[in-house]
Design a protein around this ligand. Structure first.
Ligand SMILES: C[S@@+](CC[C@H](N)C(=O)[O-])C[C@H]1O[C@@H](n2cnc3c(N)ncnc32)[C@H](O)[C@@H]1O
Length: 341
């Protein structure tokens, strides 16, 4: 800890972390209680400055007026849409204004996470990493299920703020998209057993700032097709896990070039090849014993379900229904080459 600049109710709201390696000595800020620990801090801060500097105290009316002025497709409205989608999926079942929603509903993230946990087998003993945690519900689920420390990691600050609000304020407040640029502000209390074991950090799931072999479980729900390098994400998973522990991965393989260059997609191209462009066999072949020339010997497939539902709400009259590939992998202890001692 370099300096604590603002502390509220035992939480450091603003501060600066300092790398103790004398050859590094980089500073990393804590903003709104969220440590930002990324490799290229200057680029991250400058690319995310509108989220970092955004105000959360506007009335719904001012927020709506700003949204109308910025227009559809603007950074402001894209960020609102994203937040609307994930806050709804993560916390809608706790909103008194959504009486029909339950966490068990097929397609919900809680339902998907619970299926993954059932597939993963024995409970982990030790810290858990929830990669691409978005608004944070799965991190709370993991802490409740296992009573272990859970670190939720994401790069989206709007979502991390929502997650941090659920943790520190015990409340969720978000703009719920109704239609077009019309959003209704929703706010309600939440209280998750075991929440004191949870924290949320801004870190890159393809370049994690932890020493190898620290975690007893990692989850990556619907993240792999959102990162620049799915392969580096798998390598990072292999490095983070203690030997013999497991990771739960789900993905709808919904590739887009805005997130992942085509060269890095796992399947989804080159349909002239033996796998006819399918993603699932390529993922299997990339794991230990899978026969891919770049197979990650540190991760072995132990269980999978090829079609578990996950749905994403866009607005009152639109949802995307995904069918995810849910897989459990085990850390074999064979560290990727560059981390091997
Ligand atoms: C499709 S959403 C899934 C969110 C959540 N896991 C769920 O299933 O509801 C993908 C999430 O990954 C985050 N993300 C994308 N790239 C990331 C990266 N390199 N490191 C960490 N998080 C990332 C996004 O900000 C987003 O919150």
């Amino acid at each position: 800890m370099g300096s604590v600049l603002r502390e509220e109710n035992g939480t450091i709201r603003q501060g600066i972390l300092l790398c103790t390696n004398p050859r590094c000595q980089c500073e990393y800020p804590i903003i709104d209680g969220i440590p930002i620990i990324v490799a290229d801090l200057r680029t991250f801060i400058s690319q995310n400055i509108s989220a970092i500097a955004s105000r959360c105290d506007f009335t719904a009316e001012i927020e709506s007026l700003i949204g109308d002025c910025c227009g559809p497709g603007s950074d402001y409205n894209v960020r609102r849409q994203y937040l609307s989608t994930y806050a709804f999926d993560h916390y809608g079942d706790l909103d008194p204004l959504e009486p029909g929603l339950t966490p068990e509903a097929p397609g919900s993230i809680v339902n998907l996470a619970r299926k993954g946990l059932a597939l993963a087998g024995p409970p982990p003993q030790g810290p858990i990493l929830d990669l691409g945690c978005a608004a944070g519900r799965t991190s709370f689920e993991l802490a409740h299920a296992f009573g272990e420390m859970v670190l939720g990691i994401d790069l989206n600050l709007d979502m991390l703020r929502t997650a941090a609000g659920a943790l520190h304020e015990k409340s969720v407040s978000y703009p719920r998209r109704r239609v077009g640029m019309a959003y209704d502000r929703r706010g309600f209390p939440v209280d998750f057993p075991g929440a004191e074991q949870v924290d949320f950090w801004a870190c890159d799931a393809t370049a994690l700032p932890f020493a190898p072999g620290q975690f007893s479980l990692a989850t990556s729900f619907n993240l792999m097709d959102c990162v620049g390098s799915p392969y580096d994400h798998l390598l990072a998973l292999a490095k983070m896990l203690k030997p013999g522990t497991r990771a739960i991965l789900s993905t709808p393989y919904d590739w887009s070039v805005s997130a992942t260059p085509v060269e890095s997609w796992i399947g989804g191209h080159s349909q002239r090849s033996q796998n006819r462009g399918a993603s699932e066999p390529i993922l299997r072949s990339l794991l230990a014993g899978g026969g891919h020339p770049m197979a990650i010997e540190g991760l072995a497939l132990v269980a999978e379900v090829c079609d578990w539902p996950w749905s994403v709400r866009l607005h009152d009259r639109s949802r995307v229904q995904y069918s995810t590939h849910l897989a459990v992998v085990e850390a074999t202890g064979a560290l990727p080459a560059e981390t091997a001692p």
